[in-house]
Design a protein around this ligand. Structure first.
Ligand SMILES: [Zn+2]
Length: 302
């Protein structure tokens, strides 16, 4: 393990949630469900407006820096709200009146655990063996999937069969560290919980944060409304991120794909930061500064 390697794990998230509840007693915190290993899938709500939008982070085990980024945003936002100040020129009071932002900072806590710290000691021997077989070694650093070996961002009902078809081309025939789409859409507790939460709240817009590449993906199979591209272009003007299009197996079955396909509303994937996953935590200040205008600006657009 690298020196100064301090991954943002589920344990860190839990501590942050405790701190939030202590420092901001009115903050709305809840859970959308539980992971395979029984970890809570927390959500935090900011603002009380009619415009409901959703941000989520860390569908993929190696991409925990997106959870750290979203939680830093939550803390800065609540602090500014408490002090009645603005953030990057945005009036927090005005944002809160206009929008209710729901944030699910860590969709895949078990995947983070595997990637950042390896197999939990507490696992039953049979489950350890199963994961070791799926992974092909005891080095789980490159693990992206959940604890069942399903890639959660290939597990949504958006041309899922196409994703399944393409797996063979990538040599994927069984659960493993990445890209296995499951046995059916929403087969996993994490993806099902997020899909149910989305259906329940009927969000006007969603952004799924991944790492890395400094790119924004938008739309799905032309099912997005015309304003979707305008919003994406606005994001590129207020941040150093550029628009891109997915290719191959990454083009189907993702949360953003499903959101656009089912609701015909603006949905985005934003790949934060630059380098090789897992991005070092030292990159957090830079990528936070880059994405803050998007995090704030998206609350004003729909
Ligand atoms: Zn990802």
């Amino acid at each position: 393990m690298k020196e100064n390697f301090s991954p943002y794990t589920y344990e860190v998230l839990k501590d942050d949630i405790l701190m939030l509840r202590r420092d901001f007693p009115d903050v709305k915190v809840g859970s959308i469900g539980k992971s395979v290993w029984g970890n809570e899938l927390y959500y935090i709500r900011l603002g009380t407006g009619k415009n409901k939008i959703l941000y989520n982070g860390t569908h993929h085990g190696m991409e925990w820096i997106t959870s750290a980024m979203l939680m830093k945003f939550v803390k800065d936002f609540l602090k500014a709200q408490k002090n009645n100040t603005s953030l990057r020129g945005f009036s927090i009071a005005a944002l809160c009146e206009r929008t209710s932002l729901y944030i699910v900072p860590m969709v895949n806590p078990d995947g983070v655990r595997l990637s950042a710290l390896g197999l939990p000691r507490s696992l039953q021997q049979s489950e350890k063996q199963r994961l070791l077989r799926m992974n092909g070694s005891d080095n789980f650093t490159r693990w992206q999937a959940n604890a069942h070996g399903v890639d959660l961002n290939h597990n949504y009902d958006a041309m899922w069969n196409k994703s399944k078809e393409l797996e063979a081309e990538y040599g994927i025939y069984a659960p493993g560290p990445t890209r296995f789409s499951g046995t059916r859409p929403e087969s996993e507790p994490e993806s099902r919980a997020l899909a149910e939460f989305t259906r329940l709240h009927n969000f006007n817009m969603s952004i799924a944060f991944h790492s890395q590449g400094k790119v924004i993906y938008h739309g799905f199979m032309k099912n997005e409304p015309p304003r979707s591209m305008l919003i994406a272009k606005a994001f590129t003007k207020i941040s150093p991120y550029r628009l891109d299009e997915t290719e191959g197996i990454a083009s189907y079955g993702g949360y953003k794909d499903w959101f656009v396909d089912k609701f015909n509303r603006p949905g985005y994937t934003v790949e934060v930061g630059e380098g090789q996953n897992p991005l070092p935590v030292e990159q957090l200040p830079k990528l936070y500064a880059e994405t803050l205008p998007i995090l704030l600006g998206a609350m004003t657009v729909v």
